[in-house]
Design a protein around this ligand. Structure first.
Ligand code: HPA
Length: 255
């Protein structure tokens, strides 16, 4: 079945992709219509904490397609496959994209549990979701107007919101202390294993993009161990806080 058919006439304004541990946001969708990825020919992740379904409905009155679970390069998927969900959402009418992820903090002022709005990214995966001469401009890929709207939304939600540059790496190993030192020099504030391909694809299709990292762990000079368990735990407690920020932000994305 095609996604259009599965949505039974529902047209989303915004695709909201949920990162590790942030799946609970999907529970807040009103009048939910659940579409398992497998039903519409989309790939499903093998990672604990990632489900594989769309939840279509409204959040803060805005028609959204919430993507609960994504696939990653480190599972063996290509950049193009990782971005399939964005193409599918654009094909059914989505015109904006809210991408969320769990990330490790690199900048000293980030702590576990912090929310960070993305101002830019470093695609360090050496691959792309695009094929052929699709020379998309990525200046302002993370819409500066939406960064401002995100700060306003966070203030309304009573949440502190950091901002910074997200480095996307292939993984699945967490970074060595030397890699973290390198990323710091390159200008990264946080590091993760997703997002960059989806954003490149979204821009190539003309969607406006807002991105958020939930800082689940931090990297300090000299090295700090990272465990997937803490990534999931912090996601679970911070999910509702990010949801609250998104509820205030979504009206700025609608239409
Ligand atoms: N590194 C890469 N990906 C991540 C991290 C990290 O420290 N935390 C959550 N996702």
């Amino acid at each position: 079945m095609e996604l259009t058919e599965a949505l039974q006439g529902f047209v989303p304004d915004v695709l909201v992709t949920l990162g590790s541990g942030l799946g609970a946001l999907a529970d807040e969708v009103a009048d939910p219509l659940v579409v398992p990825f497998a039903d519409v020919g989309l790939p499903t992740s093998t990672v604990p904490g990632h489900q594989g379904r769309f939840v279509a409905g409204t959040l803060a009155g805005v028609p959204v397609l919430v993507q609960q679970g994504r696939v990653h390069l480190y599972e063996g998927f290509s950049g193009r496959e990782v971005a399939t969900f964005v193409r599918a959402a654009a094909a059914v009418g989505a015109r904006a994209f809210v991408v969320t992820n769990a990330a490790g903090g690199i900048t000293a002022d980030l702590s576990p549990g912090d929310l960070m709005v993305l101002t830019d990214h470093l695609n360090l995966t050496a691959t792309s979701p695009l094929e052929g001469p699709d020379f998309v401009d990525l200046t302002g890929a993370y819409d500066p107007e939406l960064v401002r709207a995100a700060h306003a939304a966070a203030e309304q939600a009573g949440e502190r919101l950091a901002q910074g540059v997200y480095a996307g790496l292939r993984g699945p190993a967490y970074e060595t202390p030397a890699e973290i030192a390198m990323l710091r020099v390159l200008g990264a504030d946080a590091v993760g294993m997703s997002t960059v391909h989806e954003v490149v694809q979204a821009r190539a299709l003309g969607l406006r993009v807002a991105g958020f990292s939930l800082i689940t762990n931090v990297h300090r000079p000299g090295g700090t161990p990272t465990h997937h368990g803490e990534v999931m735990d912090v996601g679970a407690t911070a999910g509702p806080r990010l949801a609250e920020v998104l509820r205030h932000l979504l009206p700025a994305l609608a239409g």
